[in-house]
Design a protein. Structure first.
Length: 121
């Protein structure tokens, strides 16, 4: 289900109340003209899966943190911020993998430029 990022926290809260108590993973896909952030949820009692997709512009790449609803979002959000350059609002995401990376461009973005030299801090 695709939603606006402004509705993300409300929809995640609804899904948790519906029984989707486990956040399996969060990932993103860069389609050049837009980025999709995808949240995969699991209802363990009923063995059901669901997903929530948020479409964002590459020039305005941010989503709110969902760690207050799903604690397991912590490392996924940190990875997404680091690898896709997506800002996670209302949190300070410490780096996981690219400790000395300057973040421009992000390695999993289409505009990364594989084979070109990159800058380190």
């Amino acid at each position: 289900m695709k939603i606006d990022r402004e509705d993300l926290l409300g929809k995640m809260g609804e899904k948790k109340k519906e029984g989707f108590s486990y956040l399996v993973k969060i990932t993103a896909v860069d389609y050049d003209k837009h980025i999709e952030v995808i949240y995969f949820l699991r209802d363990m009692a009923r063995s059901k899966d669901d997903s929530i997709e948020v479409e964002i512009a590459p020039s305005d790449a941010w989503v709110p943190t969902v760690t207050q609803i799903y604690r397991s979002a912590d490392w996924y959000e940190r990875e997404m911020a680091e690898m896709f350059g997506i800002e996670i609002k209302n949190r300070n995401a410490r780096r996981l993998l690219l400790e000395k990376w300057n973040g421009k461009p992000s390695p999993l973005r289409k505009n990364f430029g594989w084979g070109e030299p990159y800058e380190r801090e």
